[in-house]
Design a protein around this ligand. Structure first.
Ligand SMILES: [Zn+2]
Length: 47
């Protein structure tokens, strides 16, 4: 299983690099955090 992310995401606030952590692999729940300003965003499955 290749978990490589092809498109690097950047922080919408400061433009810094975002790092992600998979909280729930089955539900594809991922939390993104910015290394520059500390912004935290979470993605949740729709539907
Ligand atoms: Zn940021």
């Amino acid at each position: 299983m290749d978990a490589h992310v092809p498109n690097p995401l950047v922080c919408p606030t400061c433009g810094g690099a975002l790092t992600f952590e998979i909280l729930d692999d089955e539900r594809f729940l991922v939390v993104w955090s910015c290394v520059e300003c500390g912004l935290i965003r979470a993605t949740e499955p729709t539907g």
